[in-house]
Design a protein around this ligand. Structure first.
Ligand SMILES: NC(=O)C1=CN([C@@H]2O[C@H](COP(=O)(O)OP(=O)(O)OC[C@H]3O[C@@H](n4cnc5c(N)ncnc54)[C@H](OP(=O)(O)O)[C@@H]3O)[C@@H](O)[C@H]2O)C=CC1
Ligand SMILES: Nc1nc(=O)c2c([nH]1)NC[C@@H]1CN(c3ccc(C(=O)N[C@@H](CCC(=O)O)C(=O)O)cc3)C=[N+]21
Length: 290
C-alpha cells in the first residue's frame, strides 16, 4: 500500500500553528507584515508570490509588494531594498529568486536583516541551520520537506537519503537539516555519474532538480519514500514534478504528488516563519511557545 503525502493536510496543520500565533500576537497589539520583493517577471517567482500572497490574505496578514524591472540598476535596487529593510513596520522580507545576473546577491544579503529573513538566505540563518541552533529562520522549501516527513511520522535517523539537486535554496540546506536528524545523506548534481546507483539503494529520495521524468521506476528501491519538490511544466502545459509518479507510485511506501505536495507546504511555512520573525523582533514579548 502506498500512502500519498498530502501537502494540503500538512499545510493545514501549519496553518493551525499560525492561527494560534496570530491570536497571541494580536493580544500584544502586534500586527505582522510581509514585504515581497521581486525583480523581473519570472513565471516561477510570480506563481509563488501570487499563491503566497493569497495565503497571507486568508490569515488577514498585511502584505506589501515591491516590484522592480529586470534592468533596475544595482545601486537603485540596493537603495530601495535598504529602505524596505529599515522599515519598522515590515517584519519579514521574501526576495524572490533567482534575481537577474547583474544584481549582486552578496551585496543584497549584506543588507538583509537576519531577523526579517523569512526564507533563511542570510549567512546568519544558514549558519544556524548548520549548527542546529533554534533561534533561526529556515529556508521554507527544505523546512517544508521536513515538516511533511514529520507529519507522517517518517523517521530520518539511520536512513539513507539521496537528494537530487544541490541548490542553495533547496538541496544544500535540506541536506543539512536531514543530517541534523541523523540521516546519511547523498546530494547529487548534474555531474553525478550514475544517478540510479545513488537513488536505487536509498530509503528516502528527494528530487529538487527541475527536470521532468528524472526519477523513474529504475531509480527506486521497493518501499522507498519519495518527496518530489520539482515544479515543472510538461509538454502538455501541465504542472508536474521531477518524478514519474504513475511509474513509481506502486513501488514506494510514501510519495508526494505535484501539485498538492511539497509546494503547498512551502507557502504555509513562509507564513509561520513571518510569525517567528515577528516574535524574534518583539523580544522580550515572546508570544510563541518554544
Ligand atoms: N516546491 C517548492 O516550494 C519549490 C520548488 N522548486 C522547484 O524545485 C526545482 C529545483 O529548484 P532550484 O533548486 O531552485 O533549481 P536550480 O536550477 O537552482 O538547481 C537545480 C539543481 O538540480 C541539479 N540537477 C539538474 N539536473 C540534474 C540532473 N539531470 N541530475 C542530477 N542533478 C540535476 C543541478 O545541478 P548543478 O548544481 O550541477 O547545476 C542543481 O543542483 C525546480 O523545479 C523548482 O521549480 C523550487 C523552490 C521551491
Ligand atoms: N526566495 C525564494 N524562495 C522560493 O521558495 C522560491 C523562489 N524564491 N522563487 C520561485 C520558486 C518557485 N516556488 C514555488 C513554490 C510554490 C508554488 C506553488 O504553486 N504552490 C502552490 C501549490 C503547488 C502544489 O500544490 O504543489 C500553493 O502554494 O498553493 C510555485 C512556485 C518557490 N520558489
Amino acid at each position: 500500500m502506498t500512502t500519498i503525502l498530502d501537502g494540503k493536510k500538512v499545510a493545514a496543520a501549519v496553518g493551525e500553528k499560525v492561527k494560534t500565533a496570530l491570536e497571541l500576537s494580536e493580544k500584544h497589539g502586534i500586527k505582522p507584515k510581509i514585504a515581497f520583493v521581486r525583480i523581473g517577471d519570472l513565471s516561477d517567482s510570480i506563481a509563488y508570490e501570487n499563491s503566497a500572497k493569497r495565503l497571507f490574505g486568508k490569515f488577514g496578514i498585511e502584505a506589501e509588494q515591491h516590484h522592480f524591472p529586470a534592468d533596475v540598476s544595482l545601486r537603485q535596487f540596493l537603495n530601495r531594498f535598504r529602505e524596505i529593510n529599515q522599515d519598522y513596520s515590515v517584519n519579514g522580507i521574501l526576495l524572490l529568486q533567482p534575481v537577474p545576473d547583474h544584481i549582486d546577491m552578496k551585496r543584497v544579503i549584506e543588507i538583509m536583516n537576519p531577523v526579517k529573513d523569512i526564507d533563511g538566505i542570510t549567512p546568519m540563518n544558514m549558519g544556524k541551520v548548520i549548527t542546529g541552533e533554534k533561534d533561526r529562520l529556515e529556508p521554507c522549501t527544505p523546512a517544508g520537506v521536513i515538516e511533511m516527513l514529520d507529519y507522517y511520522d517518517i523517521p530520518l535517523e539511520g536512513k539513507k537519503v539521496t537528494i537530487v539537486g544541490a541548490s542553495n535554496v533547496v538541496g544544500k540546506p535540506l541536506s543539512i537539516l536531514m543530517m541534523n536528524r541523523g540521516a546519511t545523506v547523498t546530494v547529487c548534481n548534474v555531474h553525478t555519474p550514475d544517478l540510479v546507483a545513488e537513488t536505487k539503494n536509498s530509503d528516502v529520495i528527494v528530487s529538487a532538480a527541475g527536470v521532468v521524468n528524472l526519477i523513474r521506476e529504475e531509480h527506486v528501491k521497493e518501499g522507498a519514500v519519495i518527496v518530489d519538490v520539482g515544479i515543472n511544466v510538461n509538454d502538455d502545459g501541465k504542472i508536474v514534478g521531477d518524478v514519474d509518479f504513475e511509474g513509481v507510485k506502486d513501488k514506494c511506501s510514501f510519495i508526494s504528488p505535484v501539485p498538492g505536495g511539497a509546494g503547498s507546504v512551502t507557502s504555509s511555512l513562509l507564513v509561520y516563519q513571518l510569525m517567528l520573525a515577528t516574535d524574534f523582533q518583539k523580544e522580550p514579548v515572546l508570544f510563541l511557545e518554544s
